[in-house]
Design a protein around this ligand. Structure first.
Ligand code: NAG
Ligand code: NAG
Ligand code: NAG
Length: 391
């Protein structure tokens, strides 16, 4: 135990330093991390012993409403808005859907947590589901002390909106509209600290007592979204994706460089290259360390949020955000104080046609390798395996 936890903290803090930013404070934090690492692990053990992971060396790596939530291999059958409606009203499911009641949704959300903890106990998925609570994970979790809430950030599921909600709750800005866009992600100034900025005992206390939640979406659709957002459109102009990360991936994973007519590989990462990189669980680790925090857009949810180690109270699904957002506000006891910003119609729906389109022309072997790496996320959060891609 004592021997295994220190090298891991070294590994994590070292691996996240490459992309500028809070280097100074990282080094300072590093100091207490080293001192407190083992004692802290023991404390974590005390309250999370049933989920705790004793392994540590190899952890890093990281919608439709009519969507089927039945998970082969587990007994838990996921409810959907449609099935609730069926039960409640006996109407055919192609009629306009009726919003489920608060009690029905509570039931859906409890089933998700039951599924999560049963999958966490499945040893055959252990290497994909168990992640230690490293600094990388603590960096993902935002703290609202005023209302005792922890929120693990998972990109591409409306997280900016949640962060705005929590910034307002922390009291630095009076309304969501008044938060300047450039401050939403500036955690030194926006009054929304990361869990990693606190001391060991503060972290332990909050993990133990606060309301904790995260939002997830279909794992493959999420990867498509990350690919589009970072390597195709890149709307916020983050040049490192196209200029540094894409060429590195192409160099290592493109099958044949001969059919590149132009040498400017930076503008041309294909989804196929991305899939081959993501499916190379062992081989990509060294690259991922060089990519630093940017990997948050594609490493697994398990790696981002350690859902088998941290007892989250609610897992929201992007596909049902219309129901999940109000539920989370209610469950966190803040529904009277804030509301989640309006969700544009249609944007949260799972689009199987889009998934099929992106995977067209990619070999089954590559898709299989990708699925093998993201299987943990599919199982943990009750998303059906994308068998249609293999037929
Ligand atoms: C564990 O996961 C595997 C692989 O997905 C699955 O086949 C198996 O049924 C699961 N075991 C239990 C006990 O749920
Ligand atoms: C689903 O994706 C396809 C292909 O990207 C697109 O043409 C279609 O409009 C999308 N459907 C919906 C309902 O958004
Ligand atoms: C996880 O472990 C299983 C054996 O339990 C192995 O077959 C599989 O390749 C491992 N997956 C990854 C992504 O390392």
């Amino acid at each position: 135990m004592a021997a295994s936890c220190i090298p891991e903290f070294l590994l994590y803090s070292g691996s996240q330093c490459s992309n500028g930013g809070a280097l100074m404070s990282r080094n300072m934090r590093h100091h207490w991390l080293l001192l407190g690492a083992c004692g802290w692990m023991l404390l974590i053990l005390m309250f999370a012993s049933k989920f705790i992971n004793y392994r540590s060396a190899d952890d890093y790596g990281e919608n439709s409403n009519a969507h089927s939530w039945t998970e082969p291999g587990t007994k838990v059958v996921k409810s959907t808005p449609i099935s609730i409606q069926d039960r409640a009203t006996s109407k055919p499911s192609d009629l306009p859907s009726v919003l489920p009641s608060v009690a029905d949704w509570q039931n859906v959300v409890e089933k998700r947590i039951e599924l999560l903890s049963s999958v966490c106990k499945n040893d055959s998925l252990r290497n994909l589901t168990h992640v230690s609570i490293s600094k990388f994970v603590l960096d993902r979790i935002f703290v609202c002390d005023k209302h005792k809430i922890l929120f693990c950030q998972t990109p591409k599921v409306g997280n900016t909106q949640w962060k705005k909600v929590l910034i307002v709750l922390n009291g630095v800005f009076p309304t969501v509209e008044e938060i300047p866009e450039n401050l939403v992600h500036d955690h030194e100034k926006n009054g929304l600290p990361r869990l990693s900025s606190l001391t060991l005992s503060e972290i332990t206390e909050r993990l133990k007592t606060y309301f904790k939640f995260l939002i997830v979406r279909d794992p493959f659709e999420r990867l498509i979204s990350a690919f589009k957002d970072k390597f195709v459109k890149n709307p916020r102009f983050e040049p490192w994706y196209k200029h540094d990360i894409a060429p590195a991936i192409i160099r290592k994973y493109r099958k044949s460089h001969r059919d590149d007519n132009n040498d400017d590989a930076s503008s041309g990462m294909r989804f196929e290259d991305f899939v081959r990189y993501l499916g190379d669980w062992e081989g990509r680790r060294r690259m991922d360390r060089q990519f630093g925090e940017h990997v948050i857009h594609w490493v697994t949810y398990a790696e981002l949020c350690a859902p088998c180690q941290i007892g989250y109270n609610v897992v929201g699904h992007h596909e049902t955000l219309e129901q999940d957002a109000p539920h989370i506000l209610r469950a966190a006891g803040i529904d009277g104080l804030v509301s989640y910003p309006a969700i544009p119609p249609g944007i949260t729906h799972y689009n199987r046609t889009k998934v099929e389109h992106y995977f067209t022309g990619i070999s089954r072997r590559d898709i299989g390798r990708l699925y093998a790496c993201y299987r943990g996320d599919f199982h943990l959060f009750g998303y059906p395996a994308p068998n249609f891609l293999f037929n």
